[in-house]
Design a protein around this ligand. Sequence first.
Ligand SMILES: Cc1cc2nc3c(=O)[nH]c(=O)nc-3n(C[C@H](O)[C@H](O)[C@H](O)COP(=O)(O)OP(=O)(O)OC[C@H]3O[C@@H](n4cnc5c(N)ncnc54)[C@H](O)[C@@H]3O)c2cc1C
Length: 387
Amino acid sequence: MIDFTPTESQELIVATARQFAQRTLAPRAAELDVTGGFPRASLAEAAQLGLLGINVPERLGGVEAGAVAYALAVVELARACAGTTVAMTVSNMVAEVVTKFGTPEQQEEHVPRLCSGEYVVGGFALSEAGAGSDPAGMRTRATANGRGWVLSGQKLWITSGTDAGLFVVWARTSDAPGSQGISAFLVRGDAPGLVRGKPEHKTGQHASTTTPLEFNDVELGPEALLGEVGKGFRVAMMALDGGRIGIAGLALGCGLAATEFARGYALERQQFGSPIADYQAIQWMLADSATELEAARLLTLRAAWLKEQGRTFTQEASMAKLAASERGWAACDRAVQILGGFGYTREFPVERYLRDVRVTRIFEGTSEIQRIVISREIARRFARVAG
Ligand SMILES: Cc1cc2nc3c(=O)[nH]c(=O)nc-3n(C[C@H](O)[C@H](O)[C@H](O)COP(=O)(O)OP(=O)(O)OC[C@H]3O[C@@H](n4cnc5c(N)ncnc54)[C@H](O)[C@@H]3O)c2cc1C
């Protein structure tokens, strides 16, 4: 039997996220879009409400509401401000990854600080200038020095790079080919030798900062190693599986916000003597957006549910991200069309939703990379059936 009724704890976290989004994020979203900057105060409030540790055990300072509650909450947050929400999704991802792969000491040291906001937020430093879709091509290196590790290299595109208090950083620890020989490290934001670069000038998500990071012989103790030496690539891939559920939620939030706004506008806007909502062309655009977003929402919830059950969800997370980001984008584009010329101005928020949603087709694996993951997983399943 399929039961779509949310549990009490899911309802509670979604209500918390919705109230916070309406009270704190929505009133600041348009201004932050113009001024840019890092929404520290909003993120501190999010931490107080448990929104930086939604799927993290209570013993480590999280609210332990599960992966489904997390996906539902992200949708609510992104409806109001996708930029602030992306900093929250990355921080939740970092808290989960330390919980999953950290030693008990690492968990106790870092996870409560991520959940409480003491670290402001967490950052995820995988990509480099020459290693985006193919992170195994990274050149950042960590060299053992008898006391621990010395980290040197540059990362690019790091969300919350300006303010994050803790980064998970991937680096090559041997010359083993490809994804072998990559390890993960926990690096504090105040580590000597870590230089935060200037924020990129982005198309959208201006409430989120995206910066390069430079590691100039950053000295790390042995306790900085996350997981086993040479097994860091697996850590990154597993983190991204979960992260993609968050990005799907982010895209859905933008698509839903744009569609809701366009629907309200269509009821008000009169042309040829009638509200444009009376015209079938407009009705069909709204119907297509509603249907596609609902399909993507179900894929997202399915991936989250599988994750919550402890089952494999790689393919489903990629399907969710692919569908939600592509259809979220289409829904925002239709919303601009429904508003006509006004949709193309800053007077109304739909052009912001369109700019904000665009990057969901790029980060945490482009749509092309999602298709590669999905086709690889399909091939594996067929091989199992045939075998
Ligand atoms: C706003 C923003 C925030 C980000 N935040 C983070 C972060 O916090 N941490 C982090 O580590 N990274 C982050 N990233 C980086 C992001 O994950 C990468 O931009 C993304 O993975 C794509 O890499 P790339 O930009 O180098 O593009 P490329 O890998 O150069 O890809 C260029 C094009 O080629 C296509 N392509 C590449 N390989 C293939 C292939 N085998 N088959 C078919 N097509 C292919 C891609 O799909 C794309 O269309 C962020 C990026 C942005 C823009």
